[in-house]
Ligand binder design. Sequence first.
Ligand SMILES: [Cu+2]
Length: 159
Amino acid sequence: MIAAAAVLATAAGCGSDADEPALDETRTTALSVLTGWDEIYPDASGTAEMSIGEGTRVDLAVADLEPNTDYTAHVHDAACDHEPPGGEHWTADPDEGESEANEIHLAFRTNDRGIGEAFANSDLVADDRARSVVVHTSASDALMEHMSSDRILCGDFDR
Ligand SMILES: [Cu+2]
């Protein structure tokens, strides 16, 4: 009984509250090519960092994608082994539904070597439902007609 009380006192003393996002927390991930697209972009890769404080900053870097092509990326709400990979878009307020103002979106264009970088600075504070980042090809990509999904890369944030 005394030991349990001591543990509780210690937990309370560290100042973290399960309902509040930790301040200045940084989560990272390495993105992997999803099934199907791995045949087209076998070497594609990416890294992402999500820094959470008063808002959320996401930095994304990808390599070995299609040169000079537009891509989008979003913070998603499920792990990459979910079907579909990454689940749905993460929404700051789930009751509000999907809208750009309620989500974290990134957009970038690759250079002539297939390298791209993007960042998002959002006022929204990512919580534990923010599980992954997914890179989507642009809808105009001619390859899309042969693919079942526009999701190319996915990475699970460490937690
Ligand atoms: Cu997405």
